[in-house]
Design a protein around this ligand. Structure first.
Ligand SMILES: Cc1cc2nc3c(=O)[nH]c(=O)nc-3n(C[C@H](O)[C@H](O)[C@H](O)COP(=O)(O)OP(=O)(O)OC[C@H]3O[C@@H](n4cnc5c(N)ncnc54)[C@H](O)[C@@H]3O)c2cc1C
Length: 498
Protein backbone atom coordinates (compact mmCIF):
# COMPACT_ATOMS: atom_id res chain seq x y z
CA UNK A 1 0.00 0.00 0.00
CA UNK A 2 1.27 3.49 -0.87
CA UNK A 3 2.50 5.40 2.18
CA UNK A 4 0.58 8.53 3.15
CA UNK A 5 2.76 11.61 2.64
CA UNK A 6 3.40 14.51 5.02
CA UNK A 7 5.00 17.88 4.33
CA UNK A 8 6.42 19.64 7.38
CA UNK A 9 7.06 23.39 7.25
CA UNK A 10 10.15 24.18 9.33
CA UNK A 11 13.13 22.11 10.44
CA UNK A 12 13.48 23.52 13.95
CA UNK A 13 13.34 21.07 16.87
CA UNK A 14 9.57 20.57 16.64
CA UNK A 15 9.61 20.00 12.88
CA UNK A 16 12.55 17.59 13.07
CA UNK A 17 10.97 15.71 15.96
CA UNK A 18 7.61 15.45 14.15
CA UNK A 19 9.50 14.28 11.05
CA UNK A 20 11.22 11.45 12.92
CA UNK A 21 8.04 10.19 14.60
CA UNK A 22 6.09 10.43 11.33
CA UNK A 23 8.71 8.22 9.65
CA UNK A 24 8.68 5.76 12.57
CA UNK A 25 4.93 5.50 11.99
CA UNK A 26 5.18 4.69 8.31
CA UNK A 27 4.59 8.08 6.65
CA UNK A 28 6.62 9.49 3.79
CA UNK A 29 8.06 12.81 4.99
CA UNK A 30 9.48 15.93 3.36
CA UNK A 31 10.58 18.94 5.47
CA UNK A 32 11.02 22.38 3.91
CA UNK A 33 13.30 24.64 5.97
CA UNK A 34 13.84 28.34 5.33
CA UNK A 35 17.39 28.44 6.76
CA UNK A 36 20.53 26.70 5.53
CA UNK A 37 20.84 24.41 8.55
CA UNK A 38 18.51 22.49 10.92
CA UNK A 39 17.56 23.51 14.45
CA UNK A 40 15.77 26.87 14.09
CA UNK A 41 16.51 29.01 17.15
CA UNK A 42 18.33 26.09 18.80
CA UNK A 43 21.67 26.92 17.27
CA UNK A 44 25.34 27.82 17.60
CA UNK A 45 27.66 29.26 14.96
CA UNK A 46 31.27 30.11 14.23
CA UNK A 47 32.46 33.73 13.88
CA UNK A 48 36.16 33.96 13.10
CA UNK A 49 37.89 31.45 15.35
CA UNK A 50 35.15 31.45 17.97
CA UNK A 51 32.15 29.19 18.47
CA UNK A 52 29.14 31.16 19.71
CA UNK A 53 26.12 29.62 21.33
CA UNK A 54 22.72 31.12 20.61
CA UNK A 55 20.38 29.09 22.75
CA UNK A 56 20.38 26.58 25.60
CA UNK A 57 21.16 27.87 29.09
CA UNK A 58 19.24 25.18 30.91
CA UNK A 59 18.08 21.93 29.32
CA UNK A 60 15.35 20.11 31.25
CA UNK A 61 15.72 16.32 31.36
CA UNK A 62 19.47 15.84 31.24
CA UNK A 63 19.29 12.31 32.68
CA UNK A 64 16.81 9.43 33.15
CA UNK A 65 13.85 10.18 35.40
CA UNK A 66 11.86 12.62 33.29
CA UNK A 67 9.85 11.25 30.37
CA UNK A 68 11.32 13.86 28.05
CA UNK A 69 14.72 12.19 28.43
CA UNK A 70 13.18 9.12 26.76
CA UNK A 71 12.10 11.38 23.90
CA UNK A 72 15.69 12.65 23.56
CA UNK A 73 16.75 8.99 23.42
CA UNK A 74 14.17 8.07 20.79
CA UNK A 75 15.43 10.96 18.64
CA UNK A 76 19.08 9.86 18.89
CA UNK A 77 20.20 12.92 20.87
CA UNK A 78 21.33 11.15 24.03
CA UNK A 79 23.81 8.95 22.17
CA UNK A 80 25.32 11.86 20.24
CA UNK A 81 25.34 14.86 22.59
CA UNK A 82 26.87 15.29 26.02
CA UNK A 83 24.80 17.05 28.69
CA UNK A 84 26.86 18.81 31.37
CA UNK A 85 25.16 19.22 34.76
CA UNK A 86 24.01 22.68 35.82
CA UNK A 87 25.57 23.27 39.24
CA UNK A 88 24.81 26.99 39.26
CA UNK A 89 21.52 28.36 37.88
CA UNK A 90 22.21 32.11 38.05
CA UNK A 91 24.86 34.13 39.84
CA UNK A 92 23.51 37.57 40.83
CA UNK A 93 25.78 40.60 41.46
CA UNK A 94 24.79 44.18 42.13
CA UNK A 95 27.51 46.72 41.29
CA UNK A 96 25.64 49.47 43.19
CA UNK A 97 25.22 47.71 46.53
CA UNK A 98 27.92 45.05 46.32
CA UNK A 99 25.26 42.37 47.00
CA UNK A 100 25.88 38.90 45.58
CA UNK A 101 23.94 35.66 45.52
CA UNK A 102 24.66 32.45 43.65
CA UNK A 103 21.66 30.19 43.12
CA UNK A 104 23.24 26.75 43.05
CA UNK A 105 21.76 23.26 42.75
CA UNK A 106 22.19 22.67 46.49
CA UNK A 107 18.72 23.13 48.00
CA UNK A 108 19.77 23.47 51.65
CA UNK A 109 22.55 25.97 50.91
CA UNK A 110 20.18 28.08 48.80
CA UNK A 111 17.52 28.02 51.50
CA UNK A 112 19.90 28.95 54.32
CA UNK A 113 21.59 31.68 52.33
CA UNK A 114 18.27 33.27 51.27
CA UNK A 115 17.00 33.22 54.86
CA UNK A 116 20.29 34.73 56.05
CA UNK A 117 19.83 37.58 53.53
CA UNK A 118 16.21 38.16 54.53
CA UNK A 119 15.15 36.66 57.86
CA UNK A 120 12.01 38.82 57.61
CA UNK A 121 10.95 36.72 54.56
CA UNK A 122 11.72 33.30 56.06
CA UNK A 123 8.15 31.94 55.76
CA UNK A 124 7.71 33.05 52.14
CA UNK A 125 11.15 31.69 51.17
CA UNK A 126 10.39 28.30 52.72
CA UNK A 127 7.00 28.05 51.01
CA UNK A 128 8.52 29.06 47.67
CA UNK A 129 11.31 26.49 47.82
CA UNK A 130 8.97 23.76 49.04
CA UNK A 131 6.69 24.45 46.05
CA UNK A 132 9.70 23.98 43.73
CA UNK A 133 10.23 20.48 45.07
CA UNK A 134 6.53 19.53 44.82
CA UNK A 135 6.04 20.86 41.31
CA UNK A 136 9.18 19.32 39.86
CA UNK A 137 7.44 15.95 40.15
CA UNK A 138 5.48 17.13 37.12
CA UNK A 139 6.50 15.56 33.83
CA UNK A 140 6.78 17.40 30.52
CA UNK A 141 3.81 15.90 28.63
CA UNK A 142 5.32 13.90 25.79
CA UNK A 143 2.38 11.60 25.25
CA UNK A 144 4.29 8.61 26.58
CA UNK A 145 1.71 7.29 29.05
CA UNK A 146 0.21 4.37 27.16
CA UNK A 147 -0.02 1.94 30.05
CA UNK A 148 -3.35 1.24 31.76
CA UNK A 149 -3.52 2.42 35.41
CA UNK A 150 -5.02 0.47 38.32
CA UNK A 151 -7.81 2.01 40.45
CA UNK A 152 -5.38 2.81 43.30
CA UNK A 153 -3.00 4.44 40.87
CA UNK A 154 -5.87 6.48 39.48
CA UNK A 155 -6.98 7.61 42.96
CA UNK A 156 -3.44 8.48 43.93
CA UNK A 157 -3.08 10.32 40.62
CA UNK A 158 -6.21 12.37 41.31
CA UNK A 159 -5.00 13.18 44.82
CA UNK A 160 -1.68 14.32 43.38
CA UNK A 161 -3.53 16.43 40.84
CA UNK A 162 -5.61 18.00 43.63
CA UNK A 163 -2.42 18.82 45.53
CA UNK A 164 -0.84 20.26 42.42
CA UNK A 165 -3.95 22.30 41.67
CA UNK A 166 -3.52 24.04 45.03
CA UNK A 167 -0.05 25.14 43.97
CA UNK A 168 -1.30 26.02 40.54
CA UNK A 169 -3.80 28.52 41.95
CA UNK A 170 -1.35 29.88 44.53
CA UNK A 171 1.50 30.56 42.10
CA UNK A 172 -0.19 31.11 38.76
CA UNK A 173 0.70 34.81 38.66
CA UNK A 174 3.53 36.71 36.99
CA UNK A 175 6.89 36.82 38.79
CA UNK A 176 6.62 40.60 39.01
CA UNK A 177 3.28 40.23 40.83
CA UNK A 178 4.52 37.40 43.05
CA UNK A 179 7.68 39.19 44.30
CA UNK A 180 5.51 41.73 46.10
CA UNK A 181 5.15 39.06 48.80
CA UNK A 182 8.82 39.57 49.77
CA UNK A 183 9.85 42.48 51.98
CA UNK A 184 13.58 42.44 51.26
CA UNK A 185 14.50 44.39 48.08
CA UNK A 186 17.54 42.19 47.23
CA UNK A 187 15.38 39.05 47.43
CA UNK A 188 12.82 40.76 45.20
CA UNK A 189 15.54 41.57 42.63
CA UNK A 190 16.68 37.95 42.67
CA UNK A 191 13.24 36.34 42.39
CA UNK A 192 11.92 38.65 39.67
CA UNK A 193 14.99 37.87 37.55
CA UNK A 194 14.74 34.09 37.84
CA UNK A 195 13.14 34.24 34.41
CA UNK A 196 11.09 36.85 32.56
CA UNK A 197 9.13 39.07 35.00
CA UNK A 198 5.90 38.56 32.99
CA UNK A 199 6.19 34.76 32.96
CA UNK A 200 4.06 32.81 35.43
CA UNK A 201 5.84 32.01 38.72
CA UNK A 202 4.94 28.36 38.13
CA UNK A 203 7.57 28.20 35.39
CA UNK A 204 10.39 29.32 37.70
CA UNK A 205 9.21 26.93 40.42
CA UNK A 206 9.46 24.09 37.93
CA UNK A 207 12.90 25.13 36.71
CA UNK A 208 14.30 25.41 40.23
CA UNK A 209 12.74 22.07 41.16
CA UNK A 210 14.48 20.45 38.20
CA UNK A 211 17.70 22.24 39.22
CA UNK A 212 17.54 20.85 42.78
CA UNK A 213 16.85 17.38 41.34
CA UNK A 214 19.93 17.65 39.08
CA UNK A 215 17.73 17.54 35.97
CA UNK A 216 19.08 20.69 34.28
CA UNK A 217 21.89 20.39 31.77
CA UNK A 218 23.93 22.31 29.22
CA UNK A 219 24.90 20.92 25.83
CA UNK A 220 28.65 20.57 25.56
CA UNK A 221 30.02 22.12 22.38
CA UNK A 222 26.98 24.35 21.71
CA UNK A 223 23.26 24.09 21.09
CA UNK A 224 23.53 23.01 17.44
CA UNK A 225 24.83 19.70 18.79
CA UNK A 226 21.34 19.11 20.16
CA UNK A 227 19.66 19.61 16.77
CA UNK A 228 22.11 17.81 14.44
CA UNK A 229 21.51 14.30 15.85
CA UNK A 230 17.76 14.67 15.23
CA UNK A 231 18.42 15.66 11.63
CA UNK A 232 20.72 12.62 11.33
CA UNK A 233 18.03 10.32 12.74
CA UNK A 234 15.45 11.88 10.40
CA UNK A 235 17.60 11.20 7.34
CA UNK A 236 18.49 7.69 8.51
CA UNK A 237 14.80 6.89 8.83
CA UNK A 238 14.39 7.92 5.18
CA UNK A 239 13.21 11.53 5.56
CA UNK A 240 13.96 14.29 3.07
CA UNK A 241 14.83 17.82 4.16
CA UNK A 242 15.39 20.76 1.80
CA UNK A 243 17.21 23.84 3.11
CA UNK A 244 16.87 27.37 1.84
CA UNK A 245 13.26 26.46 1.01
CA UNK A 246 10.79 29.03 2.29
CA UNK A 247 7.13 28.07 2.17
CA UNK A 248 5.01 30.93 0.82
CA UNK A 249 1.56 29.32 0.70
CA UNK A 250 -0.20 26.21 1.94
CA UNK A 251 -2.21 24.68 -0.91
CA UNK A 252 -5.84 24.20 0.05
CA UNK A 253 -8.54 22.53 -1.99
CA UNK A 254 -12.12 22.45 -0.66
CA UNK A 255 -10.94 23.13 2.88
CA UNK A 256 -8.37 20.37 2.82
CA UNK A 257 -4.59 21.02 2.96
CA UNK A 258 -2.85 19.28 0.09
CA UNK A 259 0.67 20.69 -0.17
CA UNK A 260 2.77 23.86 -0.24
CA UNK A 261 4.05 26.45 -2.67
CA UNK A 262 7.61 27.61 -2.04
CA UNK A 263 8.86 31.16 -2.48
CA UNK A 264 10.53 30.01 -5.74
CA UNK A 265 7.08 29.15 -7.10
CA UNK A 266 7.46 25.35 -7.05
CA UNK A 267 4.50 23.35 -5.77
CA UNK A 268 4.74 20.18 -3.70
CA UNK A 269 1.80 17.90 -2.92
CA UNK A 270 1.16 15.80 0.21
CA UNK A 271 -1.76 14.11 1.98
CA UNK A 272 -1.08 16.01 5.21
CA UNK A 273 0.61 19.35 5.97
CA UNK A 274 2.08 20.19 9.38
CA UNK A 275 3.33 23.67 10.18
CA UNK A 276 6.18 23.74 12.69
CA UNK A 277 6.92 27.35 11.70
CA UNK A 278 5.86 30.71 13.04
CA UNK A 279 2.10 30.77 13.83
CA UNK A 280 1.40 34.30 12.61
CA UNK A 281 2.96 33.64 9.20
CA UNK A 282 1.18 30.27 8.98
CA UNK A 283 -2.26 31.71 9.68
CA UNK A 284 -2.09 35.12 8.06
CA UNK A 285 0.34 34.63 5.15
CA UNK A 286 0.50 30.96 4.22
CA UNK A 287 -3.28 30.50 4.69
CA UNK A 288 -4.26 34.09 3.82
CA UNK A 289 -6.07 34.55 7.15
CA UNK A 290 -8.93 32.25 6.02
CA UNK A 291 -8.88 30.06 9.14
CA UNK A 292 -8.30 32.77 11.76
CA UNK A 293 -11.09 32.61 14.30
CA UNK A 294 -11.87 34.84 17.31
CA UNK A 295 -9.58 32.74 19.47
CA UNK A 296 -6.49 33.48 17.35
CA UNK A 297 -7.50 37.13 16.91
CA UNK A 298 -7.69 37.47 20.68
CA UNK A 299 -4.28 35.82 21.14
CA UNK A 300 -2.53 38.09 18.68
CA UNK A 301 -4.26 41.13 20.16
CA UNK A 302 -3.70 40.52 23.84
CA UNK A 303 -1.28 37.68 24.65
CA UNK A 304 2.29 38.62 25.51
CA UNK A 305 5.12 37.36 23.33
CA UNK A 306 8.77 36.96 24.34
CA UNK A 307 10.48 40.35 24.06
CA UNK A 308 13.08 40.25 21.29
CA UNK A 309 16.71 39.88 22.26
CA UNK A 310 20.13 41.15 21.40
CA UNK A 311 22.98 38.71 21.83
CA UNK A 312 26.34 40.48 22.02
CA UNK A 313 29.19 37.96 22.07
CA UNK A 314 32.84 38.72 22.74
CA UNK A 315 35.66 36.35 21.75
CA UNK A 316 38.33 36.69 24.41
CA UNK A 317 41.92 35.46 24.09
CA UNK A 318 43.83 34.93 27.30
CA UNK A 319 43.08 34.78 31.02
CA UNK A 320 40.18 36.76 32.48
CA UNK A 321 38.28 36.64 35.74
CA UNK A 322 35.85 33.70 35.63
CA UNK A 323 32.18 33.51 36.61
CA UNK A 324 29.55 30.76 36.65
CA UNK A 325 27.84 29.96 33.29
CA UNK A 326 24.85 32.33 33.78
CA UNK A 327 25.01 35.67 35.61
CA UNK A 328 22.80 38.68 36.20
CA UNK A 329 24.90 41.79 36.70
CA UNK A 330 22.99 44.84 37.97
CA UNK A 331 24.70 47.98 36.66
CA UNK A 332 25.86 51.06 38.57
CA UNK A 333 24.83 53.28 35.65
CA UNK A 334 22.02 52.04 33.42
CA UNK A 335 22.04 52.90 29.69
CA UNK A 336 19.55 52.78 26.82
CA UNK A 337 19.13 50.92 23.56
CA UNK A 338 16.57 52.82 21.50
CA UNK A 339 14.00 53.72 24.14
CA UNK A 340 14.62 50.59 26.26
CA UNK A 341 16.50 51.18 29.51
CA UNK A 342 19.11 48.54 30.37
CA UNK A 343 19.76 48.32 34.12
CA UNK A 344 21.19 44.80 34.18
CA UNK A 345 23.00 42.41 31.87
CA UNK A 346 22.43 38.69 31.55
CA UNK A 347 25.95 37.39 31.03
CA UNK A 348 26.84 33.92 29.85
CA UNK A 349 30.41 32.94 30.65
CA UNK A 350 31.45 29.96 28.51
CA UNK A 351 34.66 29.25 30.37
CA UNK A 352 33.20 25.86 31.43
CA UNK A 353 33.05 24.53 27.85
CA UNK A 354 36.45 23.84 26.34
CA UNK A 355 34.94 21.86 23.48
CA UNK A 356 33.29 25.02 22.19
CA UNK A 357 36.46 27.11 22.33
CA UNK A 358 39.61 25.18 23.22
CA UNK A 359 42.90 26.57 24.50
CA UNK A 360 43.00 30.10 25.87
CA UNK A 361 39.97 31.25 23.88
CA UNK A 362 36.57 31.79 25.40
CA UNK A 363 33.32 33.62 24.77
CA UNK A 364 31.51 36.00 27.10
CA UNK A 365 28.00 36.75 25.88
CA UNK A 366 25.52 39.42 26.95
CA UNK A 367 21.82 38.95 26.42
CA UNK A 368 19.51 41.99 26.57
CA UNK A 369 15.87 42.63 25.78
CA UNK A 370 15.32 45.20 23.06
CA UNK A 371 12.73 46.63 20.64
CA UNK A 372 11.85 44.91 17.39
CA UNK A 373 10.71 48.09 15.59
CA UNK A 374 13.86 50.00 16.54
CA UNK A 375 16.09 47.43 14.83
CA UNK A 376 13.78 46.86 11.86
CA UNK A 377 13.75 50.63 11.24
CA UNK A 378 17.53 50.86 11.54
CA UNK A 379 17.88 47.92 9.15
CA UNK A 380 16.35 50.03 6.36
CA UNK A 381 19.72 51.78 6.19
CA UNK A 382 22.51 49.22 6.24
CA UNK A 383 25.17 51.65 7.41
CA UNK A 384 23.01 52.93 10.28
CA UNK A 385 22.21 49.35 11.30
CA UNK A 386 25.85 48.28 11.51
CA UNK A 387 26.77 51.50 13.31
CA UNK A 388 23.93 50.88 15.77
CA UNK A 389 25.15 47.34 16.46
CA UNK A 390 28.70 48.54 16.92
CA UNK A 391 27.66 51.29 19.34
CA UNK A 392 25.73 48.86 21.54
CA UNK A 393 28.61 46.36 21.53
CA UNK A 394 31.11 48.99 22.72
CA UNK A 395 28.73 50.32 25.36
CA UNK A 396 28.24 46.79 26.67
CA UNK A 397 31.97 46.11 26.66
CA UNK A 398 32.53 49.24 28.78
CA UNK A 399 30.02 47.88 31.28
CA UNK A 400 31.63 44.43 31.29
CA UNK A 401 34.97 45.97 32.22
CA UNK A 402 33.49 46.59 35.71
CA UNK A 403 33.00 42.86 36.19
CA UNK A 404 35.89 41.54 34.08
CA UNK A 405 38.80 43.95 34.69
CA UNK A 406 41.05 44.04 31.61
CA UNK A 407 38.62 42.24 29.28
CA UNK A 408 38.60 45.05 26.71
CA UNK A 409 42.24 44.53 25.80
CA UNK A 410 41.66 40.80 25.28
CA UNK A 411 38.63 40.93 23.02
CA UNK A 412 39.49 39.88 19.46
CA UNK A 413 36.02 39.11 18.07
CA UNK A 414 32.62 40.80 18.48
CA UNK A 415 29.41 39.28 17.16
CA UNK A 416 26.05 41.05 17.51
CA UNK A 417 22.67 39.43 16.84
CA UNK A 418 19.61 41.70 16.83
CA UNK A 419 15.88 40.90 16.55
CA UNK A 420 16.35 41.30 12.80
CA UNK A 421 18.95 38.50 12.91
CA UNK A 422 16.47 36.22 14.70
CA UNK A 423 13.81 37.05 12.13
CA UNK A 424 16.15 36.65 9.17
CA UNK A 425 17.22 33.15 10.17
CA UNK A 426 14.09 31.74 11.81
CA UNK A 427 11.15 33.95 10.73
CA UNK A 428 9.77 34.15 14.27
CA UNK A 429 7.06 36.83 14.39
CA UNK A 430 8.36 40.20 15.58
CA UNK A 431 11.56 38.51 16.74
CA UNK A 432 9.68 36.68 19.53
CA UNK A 433 12.33 33.95 19.69
CA UNK A 434 10.34 31.67 22.03
CA UNK A 435 6.74 32.44 21.04
CA UNK A 436 4.22 33.28 23.77
CA UNK A 437 5.02 34.03 27.38
CA UNK A 438 3.51 31.39 29.67
CA UNK A 439 0.86 33.23 31.69
CA UNK A 440 -2.17 32.33 33.79
CA UNK A 441 -4.41 32.76 30.75
CA UNK A 442 -2.28 30.80 28.30
CA UNK A 443 -1.94 27.93 30.80
CA UNK A 444 -5.71 27.70 31.15
CA UNK A 445 -6.41 28.01 27.40
CA UNK A 446 -4.23 25.64 25.35
CA UNK A 447 -3.61 26.74 21.77
CA UNK A 448 -5.43 24.54 19.20
CA UNK A 449 -3.20 22.17 17.22
CA UNK A 450 -5.63 21.98 14.29
CA UNK A 451 -7.68 24.64 12.53
CA UNK A 452 -11.45 24.74 12.55
CA UNK A 453 -12.69 24.00 9.05
CA UNK A 454 -9.35 22.86 7.58
CA UNK A 455 -8.77 19.14 7.11
CA UNK A 456 -5.40 17.34 6.93
CA UNK A 457 -3.58 20.18 8.63
CA UNK A 458 -1.78 20.35 12.01
CA UNK A 459 0.26 22.83 14.05
CA UNK A 460 3.25 22.05 16.25
CA UNK A 461 6.15 23.81 17.99
CA UNK A 462 6.69 26.68 20.37
CA UNK A 463 3.89 28.87 18.98
CA UNK A 464 1.26 26.33 20.03
CA UNK A 465 2.94 25.60 23.39
CA UNK A 466 3.17 28.90 25.34
CA UNK A 467 6.46 29.20 27.19
CA UNK A 468 8.29 27.34 24.44
CA UNK A 469 11.58 25.65 25.25
CA UNK A 470 13.64 22.78 23.91
CA UNK A 471 11.88 19.90 25.69
CA UNK A 472 8.49 21.39 24.91
CA UNK A 473 9.35 21.70 21.19
CA UNK A 474 10.54 18.11 20.81
CA UNK A 475 7.59 16.81 22.85
CA UNK A 476 5.23 18.87 20.72
CA UNK A 477 6.59 17.21 17.56
CA UNK A 478 6.02 13.81 19.12
CA UNK A 479 2.49 14.62 20.23
CA UNK A 480 1.37 15.99 16.88
CA UNK A 481 2.26 12.70 15.20
CA UNK A 482 0.44 10.80 17.93
CA UNK A 483 -2.63 12.88 16.99
CA UNK A 484 -2.09 12.25 13.24
CA UNK A 485 -1.91 8.50 13.96
CA UNK A 486 -5.05 8.65 16.10
CA UNK A 487 -6.91 10.52 13.31
CA UNK A 488 -5.71 7.83 10.88
CA UNK A 489 -6.81 5.14 13.38
CA UNK A 490 -3.26 3.80 13.62
CA UNK A 491 -1.36 2.71 16.68
CA UNK A 492 1.44 5.20 17.49
CA UNK A 493 4.89 3.58 17.68
CA UNK A 494 8.30 4.96 18.58
CA UNK A 495 10.48 2.53 16.67
CA UNK A 496 10.80 2.31 12.92
CA UNK A 497 8.28 -0.11 11.39
CA UNK A 498 10.65 -0.58 8.44
C1 LIG B 1 18.57 32.91 23.06
C2 LIG B 1 17.70 31.72 23.34
C3 LIG B 1 17.87 31.03 24.52
C4 LIG B 1 17.07 29.93 24.80
N1 LIG B 1 17.32 29.22 25.94
C5 LIG B 1 16.63 28.09 26.17
C6 LIG B 1 16.95 27.29 27.29
O1 LIG B 1 17.85 27.60 28.05
N2 LIG B 1 16.24 26.16 27.50
C7 LIG B 1 15.22 25.79 26.67
O2 LIG B 1 14.61 24.74 26.89
N3 LIG B 1 14.88 26.54 25.60
C8 LIG B 1 15.56 27.68 25.32
N4 LIG B 1 15.25 28.43 24.23
C9 LIG B 1 14.02 28.15 23.47
C10 LIG B 1 14.06 26.97 22.52
O3 LIG B 1 15.28 26.95 21.84
C11 LIG B 1 12.89 27.07 21.53
O4 LIG B 1 11.68 27.22 22.23
C12 LIG B 1 12.77 25.84 20.60
O5 LIG B 1 14.02 25.49 20.05
C13 LIG B 1 11.75 26.17 19.51
O6 LIG B 1 11.70 25.17 18.55
P1 LIG B 1 10.61 25.22 17.40
O7 LIG B 1 10.95 24.14 16.44
O8 LIG B 1 9.25 25.21 17.98
O9 LIG B 1 10.75 26.66 16.70
P2 LIG B 1 11.90 27.28 15.79
O10 LIG B 1 13.22 26.97 16.32
O11 LIG B 1 11.55 28.72 15.59
O12 LIG B 1 11.75 26.52 14.41
C14 LIG B 1 10.89 26.93 13.40
C15 LIG B 1 11.58 26.64 12.07
O13 LIG B 1 10.69 26.94 11.01
C16 LIG B 1 11.43 27.56 9.97
N5 LIG B 1 10.49 28.35 9.16
C17 LIG B 1 9.78 29.44 9.57
N6 LIG B 1 9.02 29.89 8.55
C18 LIG B 1 9.26 29.06 7.51
C19 LIG B 1 8.76 29.01 6.18
N7 LIG B 1 7.89 29.90 5.72
N8 LIG B 1 9.22 28.04 5.37
C20 LIG B 1 10.13 27.13 5.80
N9 LIG B 1 10.62 27.13 7.05
C21 LIG B 1 10.18 28.08 7.89
C22 LIG B 1 12.45 28.41 10.69
O14 LIG B 1 13.53 28.76 9.88
C23 LIG B 1 12.82 27.51 11.87
O15 LIG B 1 13.90 26.67 11.54
C24 LIG B 1 16.05 29.53 23.90
C25 LIG B 1 15.89 30.22 22.70
C26 LIG B 1 16.73 31.29 22.40
C27 LIG B 1 16.58 31.99 21.10
Amino acid sequence: MKKKSIIIIGGGLAGLSAGCYALMNGYDVQIFEHAAIPGGVCTSWKTGNYMIDGCIHWLVGRKPGLSVYETYKELGIVDAARFLPVKSYINFMDAKTGNTFELTADYETVKNRLIAIAPEDKGTIEKFLHACMVLSDLQIPTGTSTQKKSITEKISGLWQQGKLLRYFFRYNMSLKEYVKKFKNPWIRDIIVNLFLPDMTTLFSLLMLGYLFHDQLGMVEGGSLRFALPIEKRFKKLGGRITYGATVGKILVDRDSAGGVRLADGSEHKADIVISAADLHATLYDMLDGKYVNKRFEHMFKSWKMFTPLMLVSFGVKGEIKRYPPVNVFFLKDPFQIGTTPVDHLLVRDYGYDKVMNPGDKTVVQVEMETEYDYWMDLRKNEEAYYKGKDAVAHKVLDKLEEFYPGIKAKVEMIDVATPYTFFRYTRNYRGAFEGWIMTGESLKNPVPKTLEGLKNFYLTGQWVEPGGGVPIAVASGRRVIKKVCADDKKEFVTKSRA
